[in-house]
Design a protein around this ligand. Structure first.
Ligand code: NAD
Length: 262
């Protein structure tokens, strides 16, 4: 079982104390809402999930090219695979749920932590987005997977396309199995500071989803939107399940937020 780290606990305590001080000064406190999203959210935009009914995980290419070893053993095929995936994702449009999350920024302090590599949150207008698993926005040189080496991904990437700074072959800036995820600490900090956490469209099967969500601020209200219900004992957080698709689940959630949290 995952336990919350002492660093996260300290951060939660400090954050709660600061918010109490702000409350006492009668300043307007904007609620901190964190959305934690997965492939199910983009399913409503037509992008397939990994583990759903028509999930990509049943296809052998997806399994092979999700491994870091494929960059060494099947580089050309791997690049073609991601070129196609990127184009499919760019053809999709943000769903109502993506737009509703972005709209909430007008009233609340909204942050998004996503496992998705598509850019539908940004295209819907969300400003603060962490892509734990990277995104199709960028390329990085092999052996230099770090934000400081990122280059914008404008066109298909081919074997022989090299980074001008390092001379190394360029590859998609998506996190493959065997690689370190991005921004874990910042995501954990956001979860510690949240008043409301809404988890949408994720099976929680791909780490670090499960271990990260252990760090949710214990006083935060947590909602889990997914058409498939889960045993509460399988969830790494106590919360309310909204058993519904992302679009209708988000509409139901907004009714609840506006009636309970003015
Ligand atoms: P997952 O495929 O493991 O699980 C998808 C979840 O979405 C399931 O629990 C399913 O019940 C739920 N779901 C299906 N339809 C939904 C709907 N209409 N509304 C809400 N929920 C719905 O996805 P995951 O947990 O995000 O982990 C998969 C990994 O695959 C991640 O690492 C991610 O990077 C990657 N992935 C990304 C994309 C994308 O960028 N759009 C697509 C496929 C996979």
């Amino acid at each position: 079982m995952n336990t919350i780290s002492s660093r996260a606990l300290k951060h939660q305590r400090r954050h709660r104390k600061n918010r109490v001080q702000i409350d006492n000064r009668n300043d307007i406190v904007r609620l901190n809402i964190v959305f934690f999203t997965g492939a199910g959210l983009s399913a409503e935009s037509g992008v397939s999930t990994f583990r759903g009914k028509d999930g990509l995980w049943n296809q052998s290419d997806n399994i092979r090219y999700s491994q870091v070893s494929s960059l060494a053993t099947d580089l050309a095929e791997c690049l073609v695979f991601y070129n196609i995936r990127r184009k499919t994702m760019l053809k999709a449009f943000p769903s109502q749920a993506h737009y509703l999350m972005a709209e909430l920024q007008q009233k609340y302090h909204v942050r998004v932590i996503t496992q998705n590599i598509d850019v539908l949150h940004e295209r819907a207008g969300s400003h603060s987005v962490i892509h734990l698993h990277g995104s199709i926005q960028f390329l990085v040189p092999k052996g230099f997977r770090h934000p400081k080496y990122r280059l914008p991904w404008f066109d298909d990437i081919n074997v022989g396309d090299r980074c001008p700074r390092t001379g190394s072959q360029l590859r998609p800036d998506v996190v493959l199995f065997g690689e370190k995820i991005y921004d874990y600490r910042q995501a954990r900090r956001w979860l510690c500071e949240a008043d409301i956490v809404v988890i949408v469209g994720t099976s929680l099967l791909v780490e670090p989803a499960h271990s990260l969500l252990v760090n949710i601020n214990p006083v935060a209200k947590v909602y889990y939107i997914n058409p498939e219900s889960q045993l509460s004992s399988d969830l790494p957080f106590p919360g309310e399940q909204i058993i519904d698709g992302a679009n209708s689940g988000m509409s139901r959630l907004l009714d609840e937020i506006s009636s309970c949290w003015q």
